[in-house]
Ligand binder design. Structure first.
Ligand SMILES: [Zn+2]
Length: 445
């Protein structure tokens, strides 16, 4: 096939996830030396310019072919260092075991800035699937940064900052929030010690910090960090990150029970995400706005937002997310006293969730249905539904706690004394269990 143009490769380099034919580009580039070299130069050029650029600057940049020769030389040097780093590192990162055994931080061939940057890039793509391996990659990058010989070490501040940031990302995914916060402090120090401090880098640190604070339930701090990150991303014209930071700010307000302030931001995000064709972000904003309106007891607005969110998610064909939203919508209908539609919706949801293999969610939806049937004064099927509930947890301790709660429920049902509040109490306990595995079940007082 014919080669890709510089413009096409530039667009891919800038935002691979937004490239329509991403797979064909990646497949072509992995087989075609010419396009691989062209892409290397493009990526290196952006690095040489210390990317990313505020959009005002980016707009006024001359085309690459008119760039000053010194800059092009620098870009070529970076491209060849990147290619060398890829040859050394990529064969080792298919397997975490092989990577550990290679002990590359004891091997001076790996002591380059390009290797640090590549390890960070691989780590960044790893956190979601294998956060423990992401952590090893980031820590290896940090170890190399400490061992760099001069004069490389004098130029390594940005690279060390990036490695600390990836360490924080990995720690966040494995739930070690306090250490993640410490790693972010180190990232910030490193970025600030560089000759050229890029506000964009500090904004990314602030954004990750906001998500860590959210998980630590430090909601006011999360709001401050997310808002400052959003302001910077806006200046840089990075719409996707800007909207993510706004979502994080809204999350802080939601966590702090300031639903009114959260919903103002979420509605703005929804409008912007629709205009920018960012459907995932749009769906999250709509679903979160629905949760806010539910807590504000504005049920018809909440239902309308769930309908909108479900439509967007169904277009994206994400059945698990669709099932969760339909479940939330049915629970909302019950809350507002619409028993017929609410109970029918929960009935559908629990089957849907279980067919999708989401067994614990199906169990929680069944408990919602049980609470609804009791509230609607239709107790006939309650005992049968309760007997069918099973949950699976990763530890024996959690499984034991869950069994204790379910045994209490079975006993209360058998005694004919069970109330919707008790069922919701048990449901709340089971839902929290994965996040607070040491909580003991206590019956409602
Ligand atoms: Zn080609």
């Amino acid at each position: 096939m014919s080669h890709y143009t510089e413009d096409e490769l530039s667009a891919y380099a800038l935002r691979p996830e937004a490239t329509d034919n991403r797979q064909s580009v990646e497949q072509h580039v992995s087989n075609c030396g010419d396009c691989r070299d062209a892409l290397d130069i493009i990526e290196a050029f952006d690095t040489a310019l210390h990317d990313p650029l505020p959009w005002q600057v980016a707009e006024s940049m001359p085309a690459r072919r008119n760039a000053p020769p010194a800059l092009l030389d620098q870009a070529r040097a970076i491209a060849s260092a990147d290619a060398r780093a890829r040859e050394l590192v990529m064969p080792l990162v298919d397997s975490a075991i092989r990577f550990r055994q290679a002990r590359i931080d004891d091997d001076p061939r790996f002591y380059t800035l390009a290797v640090i940057r590549l390890l960070c890039k691989v780590a960044n793509g790893m956190h979601e699937r294998q956060p423990q391996f992401g952590l090893v990659l980031a820590d290896t990058a940090l170890s190399i940064a400490r061992k760099l010989p001069e004069p490389l070490k004098a130029r390594s501040a940005w690279y060390a900052g990036t490695a600390w940031k990836e360490r924080a990302n990995a720690l966040r995914y494995v739930g070690r929030f306090k250490e993640a916060g410490e790693a972010l402090d180190r990232a910030e120090e490193a970025f600030e010690s560089d000759d050229h401090v890029e506000p964009f880098d500090l904004a990314i640190v602030a954004y990750v910090r906001a998500t860590v604070y959210f998980r630590m339930e430090r909601f006011d701090d999360a709001i401050v960090c997310a808002r400052s990150a959003a302001a910077t991303f806006h200046v840089y014209g990075d719409t996707r990150r800007y909207l993510s930071a706004l979502l994080a700010e809204a999350g802080g307000y939601y966590g702090a029970d300031r639903d009114r302030e959260a919903v103002v931001i979420l509605e703005r995000v929804a409008t912007l995400a629709r205009a920018a064709h960012e459907p995932e972000t749009l769906a999250r904003a709509l679903a979160n706005a629905a949760s806010c309106y539910t807590r504000l007891l504005e049920f018809s607005k909440a239902a309308a937002y769930y309908d909108d969110a479900i439509a967007v998610i169904d277009d994206l064909d994400i059945p698990t997310e669709s099932a969760r939203l339909q479940w939330a919508r049915a629970a909302l209908l019950l809350d507002r006293g619409d028993f017929d539609e609410g109970l029918a919706g929960l009935e559908r949801s629990r089957l849907q969730l279980s067919q999708l293999g989401m067994a614990n969610d199906a169990a929680l939806a069944t408990l919602d249905l049980v609470a609804g049937l009791l509230a609607a004064d239709q107790p006939e099927r309650v005992a049968g539904l309760c007997r069918g509930i099973t949950l699976t947890f990763s530890s024996e301790g959690m499984t034991r706690s869950a069994k204790k709660a379910l045994a209490y429920l079975a006993e209360a049902v058998a005694g004919g004394q069970v109330t919707p509040e008790e069922v919701r109490h048990i449901r709340g306990f089971l839902e929290r269990l994965p996040d607070s595995p040491h909580e003991e079940f206590q019956q409602i007082q």
